[in-house]
Design a protein around this ligand. Structure first.
Ligand code: GCU
Length: 336
């Protein structure tokens, strides 16, 4: 509860700060056009940042400079939860956040955190490039924002300070940092670990100080966020593919002209394609770099992990908010 209050307080403080420095935190509308603020939590070397730079260049080009995007990387405007709140109010115009972080704002996003929902990368790409993702992007209109596109954030895997995770039992008693997502919390519980929700920016120190035993993420966490300095065992159990999502404040979107909306939509889609290439290279590079940092990689058998999380599949196939999407997504797996 204390944590909840501090998040609210921080948001209010941030809003106050931003309002003070910009004379009202409205996107800057001038004769030269509009500048939109885009927040995210990775550093400038991260592939997602590169793809967001590509997105902003494309937007500028396609609108003849009438719409500009200013990037705020490194979580400087807050954690993912906080920037989603700021995007709702319009203090931030656009944010790149994990679909897992969106779950507590709109339940339908929880589907992306279901472990082993996607059979493989091809299945994941097929669903994310389909009408399903587009429908989900519209599901948050009543809470003040929409989705524009997605970026590949790879497979998520367990990594720990001391013990390699080769089977679910290896998680017994281990405190594992998770995103603020009930689905991911349940996943770790079902596998036998002790889930500890925490903002991404706090993970490095929490592992280093032994507050947690490990976390789960893609390989760039080891290198770009330097987690490989403090966690030396990374197991490719590939329990999920959770997309990064680009969201935009609805009233800022509504203020754009039809041509500008078209330009932003096209730019978003093109940057997603660009990102697929950048991502593949970054994953390879991160693995090589992490090995040099002394990280050991493991390839456990996936079946025991899949069996452990079956109750989550049963739940998602049944509950009204996700049953339809669950069926459609599973129906797009190749072996169906
Ligand atoms: C991924 C994702 C981030 C997210 C992070 C996390 O790296 O791309 O958007 O913040 O996971 O685990 O919190």
């Amino acid at each position: 509860m204390r944590k909840f209050y501090s998040v609210v307080l921080l948001s209010v403080m941030l809003l106050g700060m931003l309002t003070a420095c910009s004379g009202g935190m409205d996107a800057e509308n001038t004769d030269e056009g509009v500048t939109l603020r885009l927040a995210h939590n990775q550093n400038e070397k991260h592939p997602v940042h590169k793809s967001l730079v590509e997105f902003s260049e494309l937007v500028k080009e396609k609108t003849n400079g009438q719409v500009k995007i200013k990037l705020y990387p490194n979580g400087q405007l807050g954690s993912e939860r906080e920037v989603i709140e700021l995007t709702q109010t319009g203090a931030v115009d656009i944010a790149k956040v994990s679909a897992s972080a969106l779950e507590s704002f709109e339940e339908v996003y929880s589907i992306f955190s279901v472990p082993y929902l996607f059979d493989n990368k091809e299945h994941y790409y097929k669903v994310m490039d389909s009408g399903i993702a587009k429908e989900i992007y519209q599901s948050t209109k009543d809470i003040g924002f929409i989705g524009l596109t997605w970026y590949d954030a790879g497979s998520r895997n367990f990594y720990t300070k001391n013990t390699p995770i080769m089977k679910p039992e290896d998680l017994n008693g281990l405190k594992i940092r998770v995103q603020p997502s009930q689905t991911v919390i349940r996943m770790v519980e079902l596998m036998g670990g002790a889930p500890t929700p925490m903002a991404y920016g706090e993970v490095y120190t929490a592992i280093q100080q032994g507050v947690i035993d490990g976390a789960e993420n893609n390989v760039t966490a080891l290198t770009n966020s330097k987690h490989g300095e403090v966690a030396k065992h990374f197991s490719f159990d590939e329990h999920s593919f959770v997309p990064d999502t680009l969201i935009m404040n609805l009233s800022k979107w509504d203020k754009l002209s039809d041509e500008q909306k078209k330009a932003v939509t096209e730019a978003a889609k093109e940057s997603t394609e660009y990102h697929k290439k950048v991502w593949a290279k970054a994953v390879k590079h991160s693995i090589e770099k992490a090995k040099k940092m002394g990280v050991h990689f493991y390839y456990p058998e996936k079946e025991p992990f899949q069996i452990a999380v079956k109750p989550l599949h049963e739940k998602f196939a049944k509950q009204p908010s996700t049953a339809e999407y669950y069926k459609r997504i599973r129906g797009m797996a190749k072996d169906k």
